[in-house]
Design a protein around this ligand. Structure first.
Ligand SMILES: [Zn+2]
Length: 396
């Protein structure tokens, strides 16, 4: 706008003459302070919005599964989907700076898969406590806002505020690392943001080792730094996170900011940094983690969870209440180190296998049927015996 103003010759003639010129050629009045301030403030949001929209289109355009199925199924729809996804991704990477794509993408995933569903669960608990209580594993203690006093409600809102703040803080930490690497040290970025796509095999390998490394790091940091040390951060973890009575939606990211960075951000970002994940792989990794946090902290016992999520939820509960075990997420390292409280991951797997053990169930049913038949036969036999003895008695 300023440059147009500068190049229009009508702006260099007296204002009285300018007033008689047709509006198409007349010098436009300079932009008001208000409109220039408005543009300065909104332009980052406008471009951010366009990045988010392109990013979500890219992610929604191709379900995760079809990306994995490409080499095995050659169906036309999958190929076409894949092609459109590739085009969207390619345009996105070429039209936006990589750092922005990474940060906006990560934040968008956290908002869509953690903050929004958790906020929806929280709102449901708050608005319909009597409907929610029947679905809660902890009964009414899983509903912190039920019949809460004004000061208590404010306290919970403060917790929610810190939870959201911590998610933003993690994004800020990610930005600082990438800024330091690419703008100060002038080396390559932590994540690979390229127009080429990772192969399905590379995605699976990265996700698997990322998850294992996250599990080990979470355990080590949580146990040795946040629990078995006398540091400031250990005290902060105890007085912040362990002051909660039960996990509730949105409390997954509640902790002292420093403890949150150590315990949540580092175990999530370190594997991606170390193995230099492709941007898309990192977004998938973050999606899995966000969904895990949403369901593990929802407090619902009837959510569509499998035994892994159900186990994570139960172990999270037990750690919060007792604090002397269940330091990991999956419970694998806890099982190895013998710090499990309650049922371990291995027992969960066994229980689940038993639940699906059709053959065993059939055998058990067969055995039960045989036992029933035997009791019935015994009953008939006993009945016949007593009848014959009664007859003998009446005969004599
Ligand atoms: Zn703890």
């Amino acid at each position: 706008m300023v440059s147009l103003y500068g190049f229009n010759p009508a702006c260099y003639i007296p204002t009285t003459v300018n007033n008689y010129l047709p509006s198409a050629v007349a010098c436009a009045p300079p932009p008001s302070y208000f409109s220039s301030a408005y543009n300065t403030i909104t332009s980052p949001f406008g471009s951010t919005y366009s990045t988010v929209r392109a990013m979500l289109q890219a992610l929604v355009g191709l379900p995760f599964l079809s990306l994995l199925l490409i080499p095995t199924t050659g169906s036309w729809s999958t190929t076409v989907n894949f092609f459109f996804f590739y085009l969207t991704w390619y345009t996105l990477i070429l039209s936006h700076p990589p750092l922005r794509v990474e940060l906006i993408g990560s934040l968008a995933i956290r908002v869509v898969f953690y903050l929004l569903p958790s906020a929806a669960f929280f709102a449901f608990d708050f608005l319909f406590p009597s409907a929610a209580v029947s679905a809660k594993a902890q009964g009414s203690s899983g509903l912190p806002m039920k019949n809460a006093s004004r000061s208590r409600s404010l306290q919970y809102l403060r917790i929610v505020g810190w939870s959201v703040g911590n998610v933003l803080l993690a994004t800020l930490a990610q930005f600082s690392i990438e800024f330091l690497l690419t703008k100060v040290l002038l080396v390559h970025s932590a994540l690979r943001v390229t127009t080429t796509l990772p192969t399905p095999f590379a995605i699976i390998i990265d996700l698997a080792r990322g998850y294992i490394m996250r599990e080990i790091l979470t355990y080590v940091i949580h146990r040795y730094t946040l629990h078995e040390s006398r540091s400031f951060v250990a005290k902060a973890h105890n007085s912040w996170y362990h002051s909660l009575e039960a996990p509730f939606p949105l409390s997954a990211s509640y902790d002292h900011p420093l403890a949150y960075l150590l315990h949540n951000f580092i175990p999530t970002y370190a594997p991606a940094f170390l193995f230099r994940f492709h941007m898309l792989t990192y977004l998938m990794f973050l999606t899995i983690i966000s969904l895990e946090e949403t369901f593990a902290y929802s407090g619902y016992s009837t959510v569509p969870t499998n035994f892994i999520l159900g186990g994570i939820a139960r172990r999270t509960d037990d750690h919060l209440l007792h604090g002397d075990g269940n330091f990991g997420r999956l419970g694998l390292v806890d099982w190895v180190m013998n710090t499990t409280i309650g049922g371990s991951l291995i027992e969960d797997v066994g229980d689940e296998a038993e639940k699906h053990d059709v053959e065993g169930r059939a055998k058990r049913a067969g055995r039960k049927g045989l036992a029933d038949a035997r009791t019935k036969a015994n009953g008939v036999f006993e009945g016949a015996k007593s009848r014959s003895s009664r007859r003998q008695r009446s005969d004599s």
